[in-house]
Write a protein that binds this ligand. Structure first.
Ligand code: DAH
Length: 341
């Protein structure tokens, strides 16, 4: 009898049904009053007393398994039925996933790429964790220059030599000049870090784009033309530029560039503090000391460089009042730039 029960258990475990009628047939065959399991129950009376315990357990097991199998077959049919119901569109796309949006800094960065890309510049990148040589020494910063101060620079370690977070993307100039021969024409986008208290107008990290062009006979006039083209592409064809003498250790001569205020058209407003001009970048002719530090012969080659803050350009274009908005990633803020895509 035990063998018979075992054979039935195997048979029931393998049962399949394609329709409700087949399920019902199975129920009648195994579980109805005249079904196979009931007849085994009847036979149970004649089982010798010493075997009753074991056979009884097996019989109960068989009955439970048969009921479970029947329920599973019913369930499978019901769910197959559900998905096949008339009127259900199986080709319909799944629940929509909402679109993300490009960050305003990425939008402006891409625009900068396009403008300089059209003038033959390619993109170069470098590490955010830097050493003193690439961020300061190679760029002609004297050993006691205030920019090296703990106030400005995040140092990661000072021994045996300085490891720090780059304070500007000018470090990528050095890295490129060390490994490539002129002509070099690159723009270097990236994140930079300064030890500043976070407020609406300052942050401990922001983004820059650096430009560098090294070749024979490069002049300040070339620099001016490239920057004028940039300003007009970025802020409109009527934009004027103005270069004011300035100082950077790595350029000589150095200048800061203003554009005519595109909000008041140069008449003077609250935004440009009544001057009609707003500052957008620093630039100059690469100091011969920098060329020599990077292994480029300064008697043969000359070049220009410029650097700008992407947040600053974005603020000028889109009037973002609080710098912190750029790193909070509030989707309501990000979606305000959908139209600019
Ligand atoms: N590195 C400067 C800064 O972070 C920006 C800059 C100014 C870059 C003049 C240049 C340059 O390449 O020529 O403030």
């Amino acid at each position: 009898m035990i063998d018979k029960i075992k054979a039935l258990r195997a048979e029931i475990a393998a049962l399949q049904a394609q329709s409700a009628e087949e399920v019902e047939k199975i129920r009648i065959k195994y579980l109805s009053k005249k079904g196979e399991i009931s007849s085994l129950m009847n036979d149970f009376r004649s089982v010798p007393a010493e075997l009753k315990r074991e056979v009884g357990q097996q019989l109960n097991q068989l009955k439970t398994e048969a009921n479970e199998r029947l329920a599973a077959l019913k369930e499978a049919l019901a769910s197959a039925d559900e998905s096949g119901k008339a009127g259900m569109d199986l080709t319909r796309s799944a629940t929509p996933i909402p679109f993300g949006t490009r960050h305003p800094l990425s939008l402006v960065k891409n625009e900068i790429f396009e403008i300089f890309g059209a003038q033959g510049f390619t993109i170069a990148e470098g590490p955010e964790i830097e050493d003193d040589w690439h961020v300061f020494s190679s760029l002609n910063f004297p050993p006691d220059h205030p920019a090296r101060d703990m106030q400005d620079t995040f140092f990661i370690s000072r021994e045996p030599s300085d490891v720090l977070l780059r304070t500007h993307t000018s470090s990528v100039q050095t890295r490129t000049m060390e490994t490539q021969k002129p002509p070099i024409r690159i723009i270097c986008p990236g994140r930079v870090y300064r030890n500043e208290a976070i407020s609406a107008r300052a942050h401990c990290f922001f983004h820059q784009v650096e430009g560098l062009y090294i070749d024979k006979n490069v002049s300040f006039a070339d620099l001016k033309q490239v920057l004028l083209y940039f300003a007009r592409e970025m802020f409109g064809p009527d934009t004027k530029i103005r270069l004011r003498p300035s100082y950077f250790p790595f350029t000589e001569p150095s200048a800061e560039m203003d554009i005519s205020c595109h909000i008041c058209g140069g008449k003077g407003c609250a935004f440009c503090k009544g001057t009609g001009w707003v500052e957008i970048l620093g630039c100059g002719m690469v100091d011969p000391n920098v060329l020599e530090a990077c292994g480029i012969d300064s008697t043969v080659y000359s070049g220009y460089a410029f650097g700008m803050g992407i947040e600053r350009i974005t603020n000028l274009k889109y009037r973002v009042k609080d710098l912190r908005m750029f790193s909070e990633n509030d989707v309501r803020f990000l979606h305000e730039f959908d139209a600019a895509h």
